[in-house]
Design a protein around this ligand. Structure first.
Ligand code: AMP
Length: 364
């Protein structure tokens, strides 16, 4: 069996590492000659919209998947016409535009912050009268890790925020006074079978995920499963999907979803009976889904912009290092470590040790 992946970054790399024991082979399409998954399979080197390379990918792979949501609609349509593509193109279309995404949540009865579309500075001034301060402005498309976003605290912030976005179509969202951020990772098979991982509790700084901790028996697990089930079923989804939510005093408010494996699920590699990467492959290859329960107290810490010393990470008891084979660059995720322990106390200690190390090497 051969899986084609659009993109050859760390998510593609971790999919390949999960696929080898199952005898799965990989072919990647990526414009970067030194993309970090290239060594783990065949590499088609070129742009994502190169018709010849897309035809080759469709021809040579049994199923095509992707590691990022900004796959252009015509690329998804071309691939879908020539081979099986999972998750389905509709999930991409909804997930890559924040307005479509929020409209979709609303249609499904999944709570969101108040939001409005903004296409000009005049629009922005007008909608802020309705939404009120504080609020957040984000580009509708292409945004990730908080890029181009600003918090609007007063009318004085509007001109600068609009300039920062360079006038691209945008969304304004009311600022959600959350007590914590969580995500749920779910998997759906072609037959509609569903499995869910325990909630991740996520700590961001500067819009970038720093730590994700697995929360077994979280009181909001059932509600999160209900919301993500609505999403998966209505999209006739196949594969892994991550739904990011705010917990506002015990009530969940949806932020966004990612139609792919997700950074907040990296703890599943050592911390769950079956990792999110293996379960994504199982789903898209129409194989039985694997058990999702946590196998201990577990969490994940990201290394951003700077590499830790391998020996230093491995000195920490209960830590498992994953290097992505990427050159460090400002704000770039280059590695993570999973903490897997027997007790809550040991977990907190391991997270602290890993976080301290990350803070020494992180550049932001
Ligand atoms: P996003 O790019 O939408 O995932 O946003 C990145 C991070 O910014 C989130 O993980 C939150 O920490 C914060 N954030 C985004 N939207 C909101 C909001 N409406 N209210 C409060 N915080 C937000």
């Amino acid at each position: 069996m051969k899986v084609g992946i659009l993109g050859a970054g760390q998510l593609a790399r971790m999919l390949a590492l999960a696929g080898f024991p199952l005898g799965v082979e990989f072919i990647f399409l990526d414009p970067s000659a030194d993309a970090c998954a290239n060594k783990l399979g065949e590499h088609l080197h070129g742009e994502y919209n190169d018709p010849q390379l897309l035809a080759e990918l469709a021809e040579r792979a049994d199923v095509v998947t992707y590691e990022f949501e900004n796959v252009p609609a015509d690329v998804a349509a071309f691939l879908t016409a020539h081979t099986t593509v999972y998750p389905p193109a509709q999930a991409l279309a909804v997930g890559q535009d924040r307005i479509f995404e929020k409209n979709f949540f609303r249609q499904l009865g999944i709570p969101t912050a108040a939001y409005a579309e903004v296409n000009s500075l005049d629009d922005l001034k007008r909608v802020m009268d309705e939404i009120g301060y504080p609020a957040i402005i984000k580009s509708r498309t292409q945004g990730y890790d908080g890029k181009g976003q600003s918090v609007l605290k007063s009318p004085d912030d509007l001109v600068a925020a609009w300039q920062l976005l360079e006038g691209v179509p945008s969304i304004v969202e009311a600022f959600v006074p959350f007590t914590r951020e969580v995500s749920i990772i779910a998997v759906r098979s072609p037959a509609g079978e569903l499995v869910f991982y325990p909630l991740s509790e996520n700590y961001h700084r500067g819009g970038i995920l720093r730590i994700a901790e697995c929360k077994t028996n979280d009181p909001l697990q059932a509600k999160a499963e209900e919301y993500v089930t609505k999403l998966l079923s209505s999209l006739d989804y196949v594969g892994v999907l991550a739904l990011e939510l705010f917990d506002v005093d015990g009530h969940l408010v949806a932020n966004e979803f990612a139609p792919r494996v997700h950074n907040s699920g990296h703890w599943t590699i050592e911390g769950a009976a079956t990792s999110q990467f293996e379960n994504h492959l199982r789903a898209i290859l129409n194989l039985p889904l694997g058990a999702t329960q946590a196998v201990g107290k577990t969490a994940m810490v990201n290394f951003i912009g700077g590499l830790p010393s391998t020996a230093e990470v491995l000195t920490i008891a209960n830590a498992h290092l994953h290097l992505y084979d990427k050159a460090p660059r400002q704000g770039r995720k280059v590695a993570h470590a999973t903490a897997l322990t027997d007790t809550e106390e040991a977990l907190l200690l391991t997270i602290k040790q890993l976080h301290d190390l990350a803070e020494k090497t992180n550049d932001s």
